[in-house]
Design a protein around this ligand. Structure first.
Ligand code: F0G
Length: 458
């Protein structure tokens, strides 16, 4: 018999206590934080689903790697283990370590961006967009239309719209320093991109002489979805699927805080020698010497081991199923969620759940605050707060108002997830009573991190 229950492929070796709080304490804490979940003290949070980035549990072998770490300034054995682990999966000749993904983005965009340049992506993640725009370049998103319809079922909602990308390159390829594909498509619901679609993007890039880069933060989850959903891929080893994705790319940016299974780290990898030399020179200015980047030797070892573990089928089966378990539980409770369930997170459709709160009164923020007050769950608004402000200061509704419940890797158990489902169902049953918010203080960019809010009272 093949058991139906997919168990965690690990047992717990060291535990972190959770501090239980009351609803009254949480109401005080979130008011003091200006109703911004980023401003909470994390020990006032019971289940922290703010992000899956850097929040996972490391394995005993990764902790052993931390001990093994060699802190030589240049040419450390930890560096060579890290480089080999990256190149085993992504055989790109130049690997440039950084302290996290956005540092890789900043370096790459400083080298290839600039005024008049324009970078297409399926959907830019917020730091990626900010790093493109910080150089004076423009960021455009060409995800398929299905990717913007939260309730629609489609196996690869992260796919690039090849028609729009092709038409765009036809006109603007001279201004395009690279086409990016984000796997999985975080801002679009953690949805995967198919191998077939990646090949289509590659063909367009070849036709127009433009390099293709992967924003590969969740490459292993993407590869698992390809194995599960794409015709002819079901019997393949995930490592072979990763090789196929890598072979299509001229370069990649990576946050090892996601599918590196580490708490910090990232890298930039490129094929082109000249681009690599320019990026390494920038690396030295802000990150460090090219054999450690912004990292300690021990971090490089933790990532090297994480990259071996993240492509294990037992791990990925558990990982994708446990996110699916949360999403299916919410769906069955009648809560609108982005379908199908993504790899690292479940996205609640706050606009559908709270139709009485207009986008400019931030339904996602209202839902996120309510989940915290009701159950100490920290989530993240991905909607009009995050994307609604234009560079000229004007405001408009974002395409969607979502609340992301991101699942840290190997960290929470099924009973934690059952608790989250129960709290979400309780809040959803009181949806009509929730009210919107207004922003009382905001910075000019990336306002979701530091804005302060006030609840509206009818
Ligand atoms: N690209 C994508 C698709 C991401 O999801 C992130 C980070 C980055 C780049 C930047 O990497 O954080 O290491 O600098 N996403 C996190 C999140 C923060 O919560 O989704 P970083």
């Amino acid at each position: 018999m093949i058991p139906k229950t997919i168990i965690e492929p690990f047992r717990i070796h060291s535990v972190e206590p959770l501090r239980m709080t009351t609803e009254a304490e949480r109401r005080d804490a979130i008011a003091a934080a200006g109703y911004n979940l980023f401003s909470l003290r994390s020990d006032d949070v019971l289940i922290d689903l703010l992000t899956d980035s850097g929040t996972g549990a490391m394995s005993s072998e990764q902790w052993a790697g931390i001990q093994r770490g060699d802190e030589a300034y240049a040419g450390s054995p930890s560096w060579f283990r890290f480089e080999a682990a990256v190149q085993t999966l992504f055989p790109l000749p130049h690997v440039i370590p950084t302290h996290q993904g956005r540092a890789a983005e900043k370096i790459l965009m400083s080298a290839i961006g600039g005024p008049g340049r324009i970078v297409p992506n399926n959907t830019h993640f917020d730091t990626t967009r900010a790093n493109v725009e910080a150089t004076g370049a423009e960021a455009v998103d060409f995800v398929i239309p299905e990717g913007l319809d939260p309730a629609l079922e489609h196996p690869f909602k992260g796919n690039m719209d090849l028609g729009r990308l092709g038409a765009f390159l036809q006109e603007r390829s001279a201004d395009v320093p690279a086409v990016f594909v984000t796997i999985t498509n975080n801002s679009g619901g953690g949805q995967p991109v198919s191998l077939e679609n990646l090949r289509g993007v590659r063909a367009l890039c070849d036709a127009h002489g433009v390099p293709l880069f992967l924003d590969a933060c969740r490459f292993a989850e993407n590869a698992w979805f390809i194995r599960e959903r794409e015709a002819g891929q079901g019997d393949r080893d995930v490592v072979d699927i990763v090789h196929d994705m890598a072979a299509l790319a001229d370069g990649m940016t990576m946050s090892a805080k996601k599918d590196g299974l580490a708490n910090i780290g990232g890298w930039l990898a490129v094929r082109d020698d000249d681009l690599a030399a320019r990026c390494r020179n920038l690396l030295i200015l802000t990150e460090g010497f090219p054999t450690y980047g912004g990292l300690a030797g021990r971090d490089l070892d933790a990532i090297a081991q994480g990259l071996r573990e993240v492509v294990e089928h037992d791990y990925l089966r558990y990982r994708i199923r446990s996110t699916g378990y949360l999403g299916d539980g919410l769906h069955e409770a009648g809560i609108p969620v982005v379908r199908p369930i993504g790899g690292h997170a479940v996205y609640l459709d706050a606009r559908a759940l709270l139709p009485h709160i207009p986008p400019l009164q931030y339904p996602g923020q209202a839902l996120a605050v309510a989940l915290y007050e009701a159950g100490g769950i920290r989530s993240c608004e991905i909607g009009t707060v995050m994307f609604g402000r234009r560079p000229d200061g004007s405001e408009h509704p974002a395409a969607l108002d979502l609340v992301r419940l991101a699942v840290p890797r190997r960290t929470y158990t099924q009973s934690h997830v059952d608790y989250v489902i129960e709290i979400c169902a309780d809040v959803a049953s009181r949806a009509r009573d929730l009210r919107g918010y207004r922003i009382v203080q905001e910075p000019p960019v990336l306002r979701h991190f530091t804005s302060r809010f006030e609840p509206l009272t009818d």
